[in-house]
Design a protein around this ligand. Sequence first.
Ligand SMILES: *[C@@H]1O[C@H](CO)[C@@H](O)[C@H](O)[C@H]1NC(C)=O
Ligand SMILES: *[C@@H]1O[C@H](CO)[C@@H](O)[C@H](O)[C@H]1NC(C)=O
Ligand SMILES: *[C@@H]1O[C@H](CO)[C@@H](O)[C@H](O)[C@H]1NC(C)=O
Ligand SMILES: *[C@@H]1O[C@H](CO)[C@@H](O)[C@H](O)[C@H]1NC(C)=O
Ligand SMILES: *[C@@H]1O[C@H](CO)[C@@H](O)[C@H](O)[C@H]1NC(C)=O
Ligand SMILES: *[C@@H]1O[C@H](CO)[C@@H](O)[C@H](O)[C@H]1NC(C)=O
Ligand SMILES: *[C@@H]1O[C@H](CO)[C@@H](O)[C@H](O)[C@H]1NC(C)=O
Length: 811
Amino acid sequence: MDHTAGSFALLFLLTSINCLLCISALDFLSPGSSLSVERSSDVLYSPDATFTCGFYQVSPNSSVFSIWFSNSSEKTVVWSANPLHPVYTWGSKFVFNTDGTMVLKDYNSHIVWTSSSVISSSTPRHARLLNSGNLVVKGTTGDFIMWESFASPTHTLLPGQSINATMKLVSTNRLLIPGHYNLHFDDQYLLSLFDDEKDLPFIYWPNPSHTIWDKLRVPFNSTTSGVLDTLGHFLASDNATFTAADWGTGIQRRLTLDFDGNLRLYSLDKVERTWSVTWMAFPQLCKVRGLCGPNGICVYTPVPSCVCVPGYEVVDPSDWTKGCSNPKINITCDNEQKVRFLRLPNTDFFGYDLGAYHFVSLHTCKNLCLDDCNCMGFAYWQGLGDCYPKSALVGGVTLANLGSTGTMYIKIPEGIHVSISSIPHSQPLGPKYSPNCSATNNYFVAHFLDDELQTGHNESKHLYLYGFLSAVFLAEMIFIVFGWFILRKEGRQLRGVWPAEVGYEMITNHFRRYSYMELVTATRRFQDELGRGASGIVYKGVLKDKRDVVVKKLANVYKGEEEFQHELDVIGRIYHMHLVRVWGFCSDDPHRMLVSEFVKNGSLDKMLFGGGSSHVLLEWKQRFNIALGVAKGLAYLHHECSEWVIHCDMKPENILLDENLEPKIADFGLAKLLNRGGSNTSVSRIRGTRGYLAPEWVSNLPVTSKVDVYSFGVVLLELLKGSRVTDLDKNGDEEVEMVLKRMVNMLMEKLESDTIEQYLITDFIDTRLNGHFNNLQARTMMKLAVSCLQEDRGRRPTMENAVQMLASVDE
Ligand SMILES: *[C@@H]1O[C@H](CO)[C@@H](O)[C@H](O)[C@H]1NC(C)=O
Ligand SMILES: *[C@@H]1O[C@H](CO)[C@@H](O)[C@H](O)[C@H]1NC(C)=O
Ligand SMILES: *[C@@H]1O[C@H](CO)[C@@H](O)[C@H](O)[C@H]1NC(C)=O
Ligand SMILES: *[C@@H]1O[C@H](CO)[C@@H](O)[C@H](O)[C@H]1NC(C)=O
Ligand SMILES: *[C@@H]1O[C@H](CO)[C@@H](O)[C@H](O)[C@H]1NC(C)=O
Ligand SMILES: *[C@@H]1O[C@H](CO)[C@@H](O)[C@H](O)[C@H]1NC(C)=O
Ligand SMILES: *[C@@H]1O[C@H](CO)[C@@H](O)[C@H](O)[C@H]1NC(C)=O
């Protein structure tokens, strides 16, 4: 009897231990245990609590088993087991079987998902969520991994997670419903973005019209792999590569194929717990293929939005990729039908060309299209006389800047009325607003995108929603609520505009318009003046949310409001750790102001030249770090922004130092913007500052990014010498340009002789450093300065080269 009682007791004990484990086993799951959807404590945490794994509620009554970031302000899902088949939020279970498989059971015990079969020879030890965000099932033998979530990615790749030829990422929306964009290796083993609309995969990244050499890819490497490292650098076996703008360690990142078909790399801001975009495949979202479907046009309002070709109507407002149609527009081949052409300025449609004609008149082009009943319209480039008749209207986009597209002429039957207001116009900063800045600003649509989604969730409590259908319904609700909002906002400007993208707000969410009164309050009536420059006066201020800011009153820099808007559009998107962040602007005639981040330690000139108050001496290490940081910031402006930005006024006054003496470049984007690759690169008036001006400013040559390289060379010399180049000539009777030229020649001679004497270098470096400097770094900086200061701009390096040179001797 005792014996039996003992075994009962033992059994009881074992069961209770097992049960204890199943309740509090938040670090791992043991075989035979399960997670239940009702208990919010039934989640797995990664050891450092970065990730959580459990049931993620997509709507009040439906859940998806997922892994998400614990530390972002909103749960950001990185993986999910059953996106297509959500389970009921009551009675569903995630079960870890003793054979090592995992299954997901709906409330009626119906199995909706099961982990792919694991090798049966091993017995499972536990399931655990790793710090990397990988959910793994480990076997008892050693560290053998029987199953891992990293092997079946959904829409996101985490650092260290590799993609190979057997895997693909699929775009999903916020309700985790898969879309029709994919990322995977193509049949040449090139990592590509596909648009799978209508089962017809179409590659849209890398640019299919480029040759393999332009793409900088390597085809036919069948050992496929692609992985994002912890620093933010992605490299694939086909040489597909990109780098985060905030490259470095200690940042949480994710690479996500968003619902709009754009591939974006995000970084988590630890303080605000929000995501910011640090790289994306398409800086101009309207270039993503199929965004607005057939007969749709993508237009910036300023959020990329879809609008129908005038005369057409949207097929399905909840899914813009279905495009627009109008059964009444029936272009027939009988000669009876009378048609006319509707002119859409600055608009283009991609592909489906019936032919390409050059040097033809508009009249000829019209007749070519009239004679072909398959022709739906044509694109015409005034001036070039290029003519492209189209057999379908797909991939439409309307841009704001002249010259980047032709003019589109759409064939419509006579008798179909089209209102002028339905002709799309791109407005990079929204509809033309009243010149009254105090009136409420109502066009930063991106701002309330999230709020709108939130209310969508709350309102849906009153609806019976369950499963996939409910999710679709909810999505529709959101679109309707949201679309109505946009319509109301933009109605007077453009009818039938809908947002094409959710996620765009990420990159612009901090950029907004401020009213003049707001800035008067923030700066306490412009009391605290920080400095004056050619472009305006700078004041210190504190915003309502306690952010320290700098408000710059712009002097008469801009003629037109449009130009001002365009520049802001570009500036607002620039985000880099070595560039001062611009938070917003005010445009209230006659006031034009920029609001940007306050950088603690002021400008480099005060620290370096020690004028007046500052008694801090910049150490060698800090100087080198400043040189490298400035080079990185400039390289970003020159090469990586969505549009080329040339600074045109690089000097120590425009290099600000934060609390760690990391440099941040200020005042970028104030110069006239130049088109990428453009030959029409002319800046009409001289900007910049004597001493830092490249020779081509004077000699009337076109201004390119090489003017910044020249100015950077001067800054390098000043960092080395610790004094201004304008102060180098002790007698003061020589032009600064001559002094610089002499110095460059002298340095060049010094550096050319192999057996350079140490004292020659020491001589050149700031004496206040007492010889405490890194010899190799100093030589590299000297060499770089010499090449940056070449008269012939073709011989100056690019800023990217400069970064490489400096980084190669960084410690
Ligand atoms: C997550 O945030 C909490 C505070 O919100 C913090 O204590 C914790 O260290 C953070 N975890 C990680 C991994 O950053
Ligand atoms: C891709 O990776 C998975 C998991 O790492 C592996 O099982 C599979 O064999 C790989 N496929 C190829 C083609 O390398
Ligand atoms: C690989 O990519 C890098 C950077 O994009 C480029 O410089 C290099 O030329 C590429 N290599 C090949 C073989 O295309
Ligand atoms: C193919 O890709 C693998 C993995 O990235 C790489 O190690 C290998 O060098 C590549 N082979 C060629 C021929 O480029
Ligand atoms: C277009 O017109 C032709 C002849 O006029 C007619 O047969 C056809 O059904 C029409 N198509 C549509 C979609 O209305
Ligand atoms: C600007 O708007 C404010 C409030 O909307 C109004 O009080 C003020 O009179 C307006 N100023 C002008 C010049 O229209
Ligand atoms: C969820 O389902 C329950 C039971 O079927 C139903 O009574 C309730 O209204 C639903 N809740 C929502 C928000 O749809």
